[in-house]
Design a protein around this ligand. Structure first.
Ligand code: PMV
Length: 354
């Protein structure tokens, strides 16, 4: 019997939350305590590309990240593999005289190779793009028929924020009600053609790995912060409605106000955690000051900022002209010799198969 290999390749960009996910109600299934909203970036700069191969010659599942083998034994990888395998279907290629039956997937092994097109050590979150791409590519390889929403709920079990990278444009992760997590999934609010003027600039302030992982940070916040309950139960539900409206109307002033407030409240609940978690540094604070002063002096928001679990600034401008001005101001205040690295993006496409 001749040996054969079947492969699939996919690419997924990362996403940036403008209403943040912070805190789990179920750690095993990765179920959040509030809804969140993000925008998916274009895949040119910050994306993962993954190839998955299957062959009877493979004796176990293996994975390489940026060319280096990594263990697949972690529970999150195992869950994603298990959930996709459960939904696998027959794959046949008449030209090659090949047929993989539904039940064959149980015993066949996969080799997975994934690359990030940005330095992993750049301090930019890579797990969202990585898990979205892994699950998307395996689903294609195994001819999974479920829709992208269902697939997103599998990617969620790899890394919560990954579920939002299955779609392009503006995406909502709805927390869901079901105990099994089946309704905790991503929904596209508007596609990448909806608001093409927006320009995203990421200012890499520090390329150091974050000190507190999102997993332990969230756990500590949920266990010790008095503010997090108020945020999850009262503040976020109201903001979700307003943010959805701002996006639908391309209302930049409201969008910016909500995004900045939500980033600040996320970092406030981190500070309200015991012991307190500091993700931003002095440079982050100086960037916030620069934007706040600029927005105040113009009387209406010119730029939005948002920070994830690290000091790097994500800045969103309503158009190219403002983005160019912003670049100038940033470069003036943070000259390149201070290692502030600036890169720009636009709102981008969904996970795609090449
Ligand atoms: O999906 P995780 O575990 O990497 O958590 C992401 C948390 C934030 O990036 C801070 C917020 C978000 O909604 O993406």
């Amino acid at each position: 019997e001749s040996e054969w290999v079947v492969m699939a390749t996919g690419r997924s960009p990362t996403n940036i939350a403008v209403i943040k996910y912070w805190g789990k109600r179920d750690e095993d299934l990765i179920l959040p305590i509030n809804d969140s909203i993000s925008l998916t970036l274009d895949p040119l700069h910050l994306s993962a590309t993954t190839t998955a191969a299957v062959s009877p010659g493979f004796s176990r599942d293996r994975m390489w990240l940026n060319g280096k083998e990594i263990p697949l034994s972690g529970e999150r990888y195992q869950k994603c593999l298990r959930e996709i395998r459960k939904r696998a279907n027959e794959v046949s290629d008449e030209k090659k005289g090949l047929k993989i039956k539904k039940e064959d997937w149980e015993s066949l092994h996969v080799h997975i190779s994934s690359y990030n097109n940005f330095p992993t050590a750049a301090g930019l979150a890579s797990s969202a793009a990585g898990f979205a791409c892994l699950v998307f590519t395996l689903a294609k390889l195994m001819n999974v028929k479920e829709d992208l929403g269902q697939i997103s709920s599998i990617a969620r079990q790899g890394s919560g924020s990954a579920c939002r990278s299955l779609f392009g444009g503006f995406v909502k992760w709805t927390m869901g009600n079901n105990a099994d997590g089946s309704d905790s999934l991503a929904i596209q609010l508007a596609d990448e053609a909806h608001w093409t003027d927006l320009v995203v600039i990421i200012a890499v302030v520090s390329s150091k790995q974050k000190e507190t992982s999102s997993t332990s940070g969230m756990r500590e916040t949920v266990q010790t912060s008095a503010l997090i309950k108020h945020r999850a139960e009262t503040v976020v539900p109201a903001r979700m409605l307003k943010m959805e409206e701002a996006i639908a109307n391309r209302d930049f002033a409201s969008f910016a106000k909500l995004a900045c407030s939500d980033s600040n409240q996320f970092h406030a609940v981190c500070l309200d955690t015991s012991p307190p978690i500091f993700y931003m540094n002095d440079t982050s604070h100086r960037i916030i000051n620069l934007v706040e002063k600029w927005n105040h002096s113009e009387g209406t928001p010119q730029v939005a900022y948002t920070f994830d679990a690290g000091p790097n600034a994500v800045l969103i401008s309503p158009n190219r002209k403002t983005a160019a001005l912003l670049m100038q101001r940033l470069l003036y205040q943070f000259p390149p010799n201070q290692e502030t690295d600036l890169t720009s993006f636009v709102v981008g496409d969904k996970s795609i198969l090449q």
